[in-house]
Write a protein that binds this ligand. Structure first.
Ligand code: SAM
Ligand code: SF4
Length: 325
């Protein structure tokens, strides 16, 4: 490989998170509390995505996550999954979904080449699930999760945002659930351009979770190369795992291993950066691949050491639906 994605701080980037749409049909209180309000169009097409992933794969990308918005709302989602999974060099095609219609669609995602899936479940009762997501679809999402475990996605993970007073009373129940074989991944609530007051009210440090885990015999595991900044705990007598993404913790950014491309082709070097660098003009012809690769490598020089979240600098990200989280 002639060129490789390594930044000024020695970090490498085998992991690309690709948003395929900004559109979402849920109203998660921390993300799109009033629902999606954009113009719902102009997203990268399948050929543009094919060229993008081919270029990144030649720069060392091994894992691509399809996200959004709600990625499964794209009518051509299966075509996208297919072209990404058929790109030489891409070993893992993951997706993150709110679980909408998952029981009907999980098998088709797997057949199209998705081999890892994260399902967002922020509450363990239908009432709490609806309170946080604005949707009465708890059973459907749980059925989808169980089906994904049977189908054989490896891994199946559950994402849950830690929310003070909204779901922290369920932490013990979540951990108990992990004991039964579920791979949980808690995410500390992050501040974005539009959720400042919500963040002040509901942000909860992951320390409370870590204490519970350590007190009940869970041990932190060694970091996996593609795992990036997530910390993961296991219990000697239990099957599942509990992870934590704690962006407010010290040194979080030193293990950053991911780049992001927005649904319209903007390269985001950080979730909390000052905007995207437009790659779309370089995705129109197969023959532009070398220029695309050179451009991405040059842009990577602009990646900074860490986010400014501690100073409440949330960059240009109004909410995660706009960039894929
Ligand atoms: N719609 C899909 C879903 O919800 O799974 C994929 C996109 S969503 C933006 C990706 C992940 O980001 C979800 O697990 C969601 O809970 C998380 N998320 C959204 N806003 C967040 C915030 N402000 N802080 C932390 N996590 C957030
Ligand atoms: Fe939609 Fe996902 Fe944002 Fe919830 S977190 S509103 S499901 S994009």
């Amino acid at each position: 490989m002639d060129k490789f994605l390594i930044d000024r701080f020695g970090r490498s980037f085998p992991y690309l998170r690709l948003s395929v749409t900004d559109v979402c049909n849920f109203k998660c209180s921390y993300c799109l509390p009033d629902g999606y309000k954009g113009d719902a169009g102009g997203f990268l097409g399948v050929d543009e995505i094919r060229r993008l992933i081919a270029g990144f794969a030649e720069l060392g990308t091994r894992k691509v996550r399809l996200t959004g918005g709600e990625p499964t709302l794209r009518k051509d989602f299966l075509d996208i999954a297919r072209v990404v999974s058929q790109t030489p060099g891409i070993e893992t095609v993951a997706m993150t979904t709110n679980g909408y219609k998952l029981p009907q669609r999980a098998q088709s995602f797997y057949d199209a080449g998705v081999n890892a899936i994260n399902i967002s479940i922020d509450g363990l009762t239908p009432e709490r699930f609806e309170l946080i997501t604005g949707k009465n679809r708890f059973e459907e999402v749980m059925d989808g999760l169980n089906l994904c475990r049977e189908i054989g996605f490896a891994p199946v993970k559950v994402n849950a945002v830690l929310l003070k007073d909204l779901n922290d009373s369920e932490l013990d129940a979540f951990i108990q659930w992990a004991c039964g074989g579920v791979n949980l991944r808690f995410i500390e609530l992050m501040e974005t351009g539009e959720n400042r007051a919500y963040f002040d009210k509901y942000h909860l440090s992951g320390d409370v979770l870590v204490k519970k885990l350590v007190d009940s015999g869970w041990s932190e595991t060694a970091r996996d190369v593609l795992g990036g900044p997530a910390r993961v705990w296991k219990h000697p007598n239990q099957e599942g795992s509990v992870g934590l993404i704690a962006p407010y913790s010290r040194d979080f950014c030193t293990t950053c291993n991911r780049l992001r491309v927005s649904a319209k082709g903007g390269l985001h070097l950080c979730l909390f950066g000052d905007g995207g660098h437009d790659l779309r003009p370089l995705l129109q012809l197969d023959s532009d691949k070398e220029t695309l690769k050179d451009t991405v490598c040059e842009l990577l020089d602009l990646k900074v050491a860490g986010h400014g979240l501690h100073d409440r600098h949330t960059g240009a990200t109004p909410h995660f639906a706009s960039i894929g989280g």
